[in-house]
Design a protein around this ligand. Structure first.
Ligand SMILES: [Zn+2]
Length: 416
């Protein structure tokens, strides 16, 4: 009998206890959901098929996609929450001349709760390359299937809708599942919904947006955007993603180039899930064969964990305003605290919102204004604006020429 080395016994024992404790703790979160990669594959395969011709806004094929989504919402028992059944029709300006008939598709899971979680994704894409946005020179007549952008996001909405509608759990939140049209034309569908909501937006505790979650690579981190829009995200999300061994990087901005922006500007905490840009982005080669269905199911499983964790919290999430996205990667010495309309084609740049106590608001600039000139710099694109900002110093005051409706104003902007 060898002398018993207690350390040999106790330490492994302690480890085992710890492990069990972790696993037990993990089980608090480890509600292995029934998220199915097969379902995800089924949805993406149809939505990104050549038959749907890239789901261009206002096309017959985009309508077929809307019908597919509405039919699925009905099948899983969601209430219609559009203005015409599941649909919320609206007019989308392709440009200053062409107006398209578009529609958001909206379904509601009523748990009789006083707060609601919005889960959304855009279902439109670039169609056959006649609408703007393609990254290939001669795009006309080429089907831009948009398997990752954004059939993957729509599949995420449909699969989460099925999960929460069928899980026999009455969460402390209702769920609004929404697929937006005309995102590629400038977030037009989500903006329209946020300005014409079919539920009381003040009951919305958070908005989750999926845009391109189909190209998961376990060697790379997924992006979780909107991190700065609630202090709670830093507490709730890491335990779940670490449990799922999901590498992630954070982006604090609430505003960005996708639909969560429209809810962020309504002072709703948002989260944005994204597996990253790739060489097929906005090209006909963004195809089904390149989608990682299992990887997407893994992301959705983690999202279920995050939703369950938020659902257990006693209080509503606190909203936080975040820094303007562009400022992070451009060498500005000054900013104006403006939220811009990325879809506007000029002349001037269009203001969607102003951040409190920032130079823009202090100067009297309002949402809806067009800024035509800053000092001697004429503005027609967001890049003109960024170029001009790079020329100014803190403490400097310059003139902003602003078009507000029919009126032209000259406002002094002092940078601080
Ligand atoms: Zn997209």
């Amino acid at each position: 009998m060898q002398t018993l080395n207690y350390s040999l016994i106790i330490i492994p024992l302690m480890k085992k206890i710890l492990l069990v404790a972790c696993l037990a703790a993990g089980s608090l979160y480890a509600q292995k959901s029934d998220i199915s990669a097969k379902n995800v594959q089924k949805h993406i395969t149809y939505l990104a098929s050549d038959e749907l011709k890239g789901r261009g806004t206002g096309t017959k094929e985009e309508k077929m996609s809307a019908d597919y989504i509405a039919k699925y919402f009905k099948e899983i028992g969601l209430q219609p929450k559009g203005t015409n059944g599941y649909e919320q029709p609206f007019k989308a300006n392709l440009d200053t001349v062409h107006v398209l008939d578009a529609r958001n598709v909206v379904g509601f899971l009523d748990n009789g709760a006083d707060r609601t979680i919005v889960i959304g994704a855009h279902y439109d894409h670039l169609g056959e390359g006649y609408q703007r946005g393609s990254l290939i020179p001669d795009s006309k007549g080429k089907i831009h299937n948009g398997a990752d952008d954004n059939a993957s996001g729509v599949a995420g909405v449909l699969e989460l809708a099925r999960h929460f509608a069928k899980n026999k759990v009455k969460e402390k939140h209702n769920f609004l599942f929404i697929c937006f049209s005309a995102e590629e034309l400038g977030l037009l569908g989500s903006k329209y919904y946020a300005n014409n909501p079919t539920i009381d937006l003040s009951t919305v505790n958070l908005m989750l947006n999926f845009d391109m979650i189909g190209r998961f690579d376990s060697n790379k981190a997924i992006t979780v955007g909107g991190w700065g829009t609630s202090p709670t995200w830093g507490q709730v999300i890491p335990p779940v993603l670490e449990r799922d061994k999901m590498a992630f990087k954070i982006d604090s901005a609430g505003a960005g180039a996708s639909d969560h922006t429209s809810f962020y500007v309504k002072k709703i905490p948002v989260l944005f899930f994204f597996t990253g840009v790739h060489g097929d982005y906005h090209k006909p080669s963004d195809d089904i064969e390149l989608i990682n269905f299992e990887g997407e199911a893994k992301i959705l499983n983690s999202v279920v964990g995050i939703v369950n964790a938020v659902d257990k919290l006693p209080n509503r999430l606190e909203y936080r305003e975040t820094a303007m996205p562009m400022a992070r990667n451009m060498s500005f010495k000054v900013t104006m605290g403006l939220l811009l309309d990325y879809s506007f084609n000029g002349p001037g740049i269009k203001v969607d919102g102003v951040s409190k106590n920032r130079p823009g608001e202090v100067a009297g600039i309002k949402g809806g204004d067009l800024i035509l000139r800053l000092d001697k710099y004429t503005l027609n694109t967001i890049y003109d604006y960024m170029g001009a900002l790079g020329k100014f110093e803190k403490g400097q005051t310059v003139e902003a020429e602003v078009q507000r409706g029919a009126d032209k104003l000259t406002l002094p902007v002092t940078f601080k």
